[in-house]
Design a binder for this molecule. Structure first.
Ligand SMILES: C[S@@+](CC[C@H](N)C(=O)[O-])C[C@H]1O[C@@H](n2cnc3c(N)ncnc32)[C@H](O)[C@@H]1O
Length: 268
């Protein structure tokens, strides 16, 4: 295992409780609601076979299993795989790397890649992960890949009153480099510009790609409203805007997460 992968495994095993993430904050609640809505729009009907690569402890896989899908989760963190297997409903899960999937060509009706792209620093590795997702998906089947916006971190720090000189420097640095400075938080990570995500999908051969902003442009306002009298009203408005502006090109990168949704091309 390379040192970056080892760092990601130890981060999720020892320093971060991924299983609790999606219910915690307005940003992550918006992320979950909108991701599930988009999956409902693009996935084939249950009982289709869905491969969930980088599925973590199984937040989405469990919903899909409950909805009648046949799901297998692949994740590089053994602790996540154990949690996915032990959850309710349990999820079939294996340890594996998105860059080299232990799966047969075209054997899944749809593939999710909701995590690995933003943990891979090198463009070649990200394209490899996308190519693998495409390879294992039947031609015409959807591939859904998540990226974190280049601007999400500094916006988050500003909205939650954690902005200081260090985060200002980081905001400036991120304009020219998408590599996360792990000393400011999170772990080994890469934050995309929209053009990079589009370019990597094209290089990997993903067809019919649309880039969606997941949480919409007002997620940070919902964070800033926590504990105030307008908390619920701002959250509801942020959700509506996320739906209305989801594919608005001028606003996509104002979301925290972006989803590239495309299809596996016909094999030549
Ligand atoms: C923030 S979590 C997201 C989990 C879940 N997909 C979700 O969207 O809530 C990112 C996940 O990607 C996994 N991951 C990172 N790099 C990976 C790789 N190269 N191959 C497979 N999984 C990877 C991590 O272990 C982690 O479980």
């Amino acid at each position: 295992m390379d040192h970056m992968t080892a760092e990601i495994v130890s981060y999720y095993r020892d320093r971060y409780e991924e299983a609790a993430r999606l219910g915690r904050r307005p940003q992550s609640r918006l992320e979950r609601i909108r991701t599930l809505e988009l999956l409902r729009e693009v996935l084939p009907e249950a009982p289709a076979r869905v491969l969930d690569v980088g599925g973590g402890p199984g937040a989405y896989a469990r919903d899909l299993v409950a909805a009648g899908y046949e799901v297998r989760l692949v994740d590089i963190v053994p602790a996540h795989v154990e949690q996915a297997r032990a959850g309710r409903p349990p999820v079939e899960a294996v340890v594996g790397d998105a860059r080299s999937l232990p799966e047969v060509d075209g054997s899944w009706h749809a593939t999710l890649l909701l995590g690995p792209l933003y943990h891979l620093h090198q463009p070649a590795d990200r394209v490899r992960a996308l190519r693998e997702a495409i390879r294992v998906t039947e031609p015409g089947g959807p591939v859904v890949a998540a990226a974190i916006s280049r601007f999400a971190g500094p916006i988050d720090f500003a909205a939650t009153a954690r902005f200081n000189e260090r985060t200002l420097d980081e905001a400036v640095r991120l304009r020219s480099s998408g590599v996360n400075d792990a000393s400011t938080g999170f772990t080994q990570a890469y934050f995309h510009r929209v053009s990079e995500l589009v370019g990597e999908c094209a290089e990997a051969g993903l067809a019919n790609v649309t880039i969606h902003g997941v949480e919409g442009p007002a997620w940070a306002a919902a964070e800033a409203a926590i504990g105030g009298p307008s908390e619920q009203a701002v959250f509801e408005a942020a959700l509506q805007l996320a739906r209305v502006y989801g594919t608005e090109p001028d606003l996509v990168a104002s979301s925290c997460h972006m989803l590239a949704i495309g299809t596996a091309p016909a094999r030549g």
